[in-house]
Write a protein that binds this ligand. Structure first.
Ligand code: DSN
Length: 390
């Protein structure tokens, strides 16, 4: 590369990534093939529109790429094109979710989503997000007793508020979600059910987490977390007489975006193929085993794990422990000093501010990609314990 400044930054970042222990639950390490596709000549191409319906010439190869990405996405999640449609063009998770709002709802409609403080995402209707400014969030949270989803209370909220859409799927909820119960709740309120499976997509692909597809109307996902692809998103839409698929496509383009990033689509296609391999199944299994080992050891060492454990790749650790410990901000800083990268995170019913909450969120996906096993995660837990003790 001729640009020596950027070349140096790339080299430095590569070295940093190699050196640290990465426990950011939403990050992962992609393959060389994914990087190659992302850095390919497809970045030069404008492709506004959809396969065989483009506004620019020269898209015959691009069409093949997008069609292949769609076919691989369907295959990975055991879907067929007569029942499900896939849009591969949303640039990342937030625009994908916004496209769902724009296509299914009218401004001001009620959307029932988990509050950010309990593990929902900004785009599930939080007031600082466009989704909370133009639509009305009906928030739900976790049970104060179990710190888990309480479907009875969800059902009561849904029946009382009659939201037009219910969102299931979270950024900081470690437990298994009962999609079937969400479907029943959505039906009782006459609401669409949207599942945001961004965090757990790789676990679902590896059959380590229940699939939401038998129950959801729409499933969105980012492609760069447990799925281990490039940054990007997919929107899966159930095909039926409501023709939601056509609405979603229109909302993405021309509603919210111009030309898709076909280099990104090509890289997503590569990742989707990688995720079909037997080795990815093993990976997903190990991700869960490693998270269980990390949570188990931290718990043994006296740290409070929110909800008592994890059924996925992530966990929330209460490092404040009602004043006996330290804040999440300080915890994250202390850990970074010894090369362990985490993010500070609110815990349910947190009494501390978002910039220095009571918890940290830990995930096992990235370090599992680097080959770490349970014994390594037990060692990491012991390092964390040593550094976080007051
Ligand atoms: N920032 C992502 C996460 O860490 O979960 C969600 O957008």
């Amino acid at each position: 590369m001729k640009d020596t400044q950027i070349a140096k930054f790339i080299k430095d970042e590569k070295a940093r990534q190699k050196k640290v222990v990465n426990l950011i639950a939403s990050e992962n390490y992609v393959s060389k093939d994914v990087l190659e596709a992302l850095g390919s000549e497809f970045t030069n191409k404008y492709a506004e529109g959809y396969p065989c319906k483009r506004y620019y010439g020269g898209n015959s190869i691009v069409d093949k790429v997008e069609n292949l990405a769609i076919a691989r996405a369907l295959k990975l999640f055991k879907l067929t094109s007569d029942k499900w449609h896939v849009n591969t063009q949303a640039l990342s998770g937030s625009p994908a979710n916004l496209a769902v709002y724009v296509s299914l709802l009218s401004p001001g409609d009620k959307v029932m989503g988990m509050s950010l403080a309990h593990g929902g995402h900004l785009t599930h209707g939080h007031k600082v997000s466009a989704t909370g400014k133009f639509w009305t969030q009906v928030p739900y949270g976790l049970s104060p007793k179990t710190e888990m989803l309480d479907y009875k209370s969800l059902s009561e909220i849904a029946l009382r508020e009659k939201p037009k859409m219910i969102i299931a799927g979270f950024t900081a909820y470690p437990r298994t979600v009962d999609w079937k119960k969400f479907r029943a709740i959505a039906d009782s309120a006459g609401a669409y059910l949207m599942v945001d499976m961004s965090h757990i997509a790789g676990l679902i692909a590896g059959e380590e987490y229940p699939s939401p597809f038998p129950y959801a109307d729409i499933v969105t996902t980012t492609t760069h977390k447990t799925l281990r692809g490039p940054r990007g998103a997919l929107i899966f839409v159930k095909k039926d007489e409501r023709e939601l698929d056509k609405k979603i496509d229109k909302a993405v383009f021309p509603g919210l975006q111009g030309g898709p990033h076909i280099n990104q689509t090509a890289a997503i296609a590569v990742a989707l193929k990688e995720a079909q391999a037997g080795s990815f199944k093993k990976y997903a299994k190990q991700v869960k085993k490693n998270a269980t080992a990390l949570a188990g050891e931290l718990s043994k060492l006296g740290w409070r794990i929110i909800s008592g454990g994890t059924d996925s790749h992530l966990m929330l650790v209460d490092v404040w422990m009602g004043g006996k410990g330290i804040g999440g901000g300080e915890a994250s800083d202390r850990l970074e000093k010894i090369g362990i990268i985490v993010n500070k995170n609110a815990i349910p019913f947190d009494t501390r501010p978002p910039m220095d909450p009571s918890g940290i969120r830990l995930g096992s996906a990235a370090e599992t990609t680097r080959g770490k096993k349970e014994k390594d995660f037990i060692k990491i837990a012991r390092q964390i314990d040593k550094v976080l003790r007051k």
